[in-house]
Design a protein around this ligand. Sequence first.
Ligand SMILES: Nc1nc2c(ncn2[C@@H]2O[C@H](COP(=O)(O)OP(=O)(O)OP(=O)(O)O)[C@@H](O)[C@H]2O)c(=O)[nH]1
Length: 341
Amino acid sequence: MSGRPPIDEIRRQNALDSLEVLDTPADPHLDTLVRLARESFGVSAVLISLIDHDRQWFKARNGLELSETPRQISFCSHAIEREEMLVVEDARLHPCFCDNPIVTGPPYLRFYAGQPLCDDGDQPIGTFCLLDFHHPRTLSETERARLRDFAYLAMGYLKINAMSRQAEELRQALTRAQRKAMLDPLTQVWNRAGLDHLLPREQAAVKAKGLQLGLLICDIDHFKAVNDSHGHACGDQALWEAARRLGASLRPSDLVARIGGEEFVVLARVNNAEELARIAERVRHNMADSPVRTEQAELRLSLSIGSTLLREGEGPASALARADRALYQAKRQGRNRVMPA
Ligand SMILES: Nc1nc2c(ncn2[C@@H]2O[C@H](COP(=O)(O)OP(=O)(O)OP(=O)(O)O)[C@@H](O)[C@H]2O)c(=O)[nH]1
């Protein structure tokens, strides 16, 4: 191992914990960064991998359908011990990695390049890394410089985000253990329990700011046909991408939850019904306007959306039931549309 003095694991873990980023929902900006990196390098997958006590957890990922793996088999935990990036051109030939189960078995990792992500105190909290399954490859000097740039942007974003108002609100609302139990591992948005827990907080927040709480129930149209035609793995990738597109259509203070198979709820802080209608249309367009690419197929997905504002004195369950009825209407009237309750 080159360069870096031995890691002080306690300081390193403290540095990671203080960012309050573990087990938080996916972030559209980091999702965009890893997608761009994957397109730019032409690799199978790109991750922002954070090295926690006994696991590596992926804050952002593109091309890999896993939310975490044991630290024991993690290439990134080797990468963070180094000053410079770790490049493994062919893992089958590398003495440290040739018998690693993710090399000898699925996903058959061949190529790995990981640039350590370091906080201001130079503690390595994880990596920005490129993976290629099935094919060994090399990384030119220009590509190495580009990977360093991607890692620099990712770390900069993580640091700024740790200081943001949204991060502070989340810290106050949920402990890390609660966050972990309330994230949907498939799509990295809140699950039903997360929605139920965070709804009262959102109600209080909009009241304090003189705003209203907008609620959208979004259901992917004819999703069964995706699974039936292209398989469950393709359906899972489509759900992942659908969640990314929802997040990218919203503001940082808005919230996305997956409450059923192909059903998502959005909570948006809005001034009035017109603003909510604009958001709902944006969500609908972002899903329908361009195809979703999965490994198996290019899919045309659309959403039917039931939309409503929470009324004065109304409980969230009643508002959700109204939005659900509106969603049903949207389906009956031909799908790919927004129906206000
Ligand atoms: N791949 C995948 N599929 C899922 C998951 N959860 C639910 N589904 C599938 O989502 C599909 C939902 O189908 P339906 O409820 O019949 O609805 P639909 O085909 O979307 O039709 P409409 O809602 O009427 O437009 C079923 O095929 C479920 O198996 C999941 O986690 N992964």
